[in-house]
Design a binder for this molecule. Structure first.
Ligand SMILES: [Mn+2]
Length: 344
């Protein structure tokens, strides 16, 4: 049995909003990940099953390893099909906002969404949600937004409204947001939900292969280059750092998403508490910083202190503007120095 996580009043309100709507637009964050796309398509399948008109719109590109999902080819990319997207947003009487906590996470798509007079419901697991929706279902301790979407659907009317395609989508979201259930995955309910998804007939082994055994040769060799040539290890600090410049990225024909998840890999070195990854942007003079940590090391605090960023305790990010990679590395070293007491 699943424990009650989402409050009864929130479920009752969501139920009422779902029943009253006819045209639903489902949106998620820029550079959508497995949870953004999985939760959005899971919600899409549910709405279709309930006889609603439903459309998924995301701000831009999402990675190829998610394109196997049943309705993936129906997703509208706002940066490419703005006029069509706006037509759907104008016609919507309900907007479901998934896996994001503030409008800025939708970049330009935020404008028509926040201007729309449709009812809005947010379902999300990021800290500090902004109140721009009529109903905000925010549980930062949930493994994923996909888990929360399952809980909402289940609490409203049970799993009979969940299709096999929807179960596949939600599984993919839960799996990717927990690193195949290796972090943020201690809640026993997660495995109750998995059991329910498997009962829908999903082939989770096949989904895992489609998501993870999906490297291009260039991406695979880039990974080898990072691990053998680029990874710096600071054994006394139990920390690691790797960087990629624009030139290095182009040598390996980098496309967006190619280094997705790689920042987690150095944590596999025995004793490592913190992994840092810095990548030069292809377009603007900025460097993206990713941080991953284990146990109680506050990656989000380091991101806020040194990299103009933030995030979760163990997974955070930030950006450095208008500086060389060498200067960025100096900042990273200062950050490690500042946190050396906790790292040692
Ligand atoms: Mn998520």
């Amino acid at each position: 049995m699943l424990s009650q996580k989402i409050s009864y009043t929130e479920i009752a309100e969501a139920k009422r909003m779902f029943e009253q709507c006819r045209n639903v637009v489902i949106v998620s964050h820029v550079s959508a990940d497995g949870d953004a796309i999985g939760s959005s398509l899971g919600m899409y399948e549910y709405m279709k099953k309930k006889g609603k008109q439903a459309t998924v719109i995301v701000p831009n590109y999402y990675p190829d390893f998610l394109k196997w999902m049943t309705a993936a080819d129906r997703i509208i990319l706002y940066d490419r099909h703005r006029a069509m997207a706006k037509t759907y947003i104008t016609a919507a009487d309900l907007i479901v906002v998934l896996d994001l906590n503030e409008p800025s996470r939708m970049e330009e798509l935020a404008i028509p969404i926040t201007q729309s007079r449709a009812k809005k419901i947010m379902i999300d697991h990021h800290l500090h949600p902004q109140k721009f929706c009529d109903l905000t279902i925010s549980y930062p301790d949930a493994s994923s937004t996909s888990e929360l979407v399952f809980r909402v659907i289940d609490a409203i009317g049970g799993t009979s409204a969940l299709t096999k395609a929807g179960a596949e989508d939600l599984y993919a979201g839960m799996c990717t947001d927990t690193g195949k259930f290796s972090y943020n995955a201690n809640d026993p309910d997660i495995y109750v939900i998995l059991s329910e998804l498997l009962k829908k007939g999903i082939d989770k082994d096949r989904i895992n292969r489609q998501i993870y055994n999906n490297y291009t040769e260039a991406r695979f060799r880039l990974l080898g280059y990072i691990l053998s040539e680029k990874l710096q290890v600071f054994p006394e600090l139990h920390a690691t750092l790797f960087t990629l410049t624009r030139d290095e990225l182009s040598r390996f024909s980098y496309i967006k998403g190619d280094t997705e998840g790689v920042v987690n890999m150095p944590l596999e070195i025995k004793g490592t508490k913190l992994s840092l990854y810095m990548r030069e942007d292809n377009e603007r003079p900025r460097i993206f910083v990713s941080l991953r940590s284990v146990d109680d090391f506050p990656a989000n605090k380091m991101a806020a202190d040194f990299f103009n960023g933030g995030g979760h305790l163990n997974a955070a990010g930030g950006q450095l503007h208008n500086m060389s990679m060498d200067d960025a590395v100096e900042i990273a070293k200062k950050a490690l120095e500042a946190y050396s007491e906790i790292l040692k």
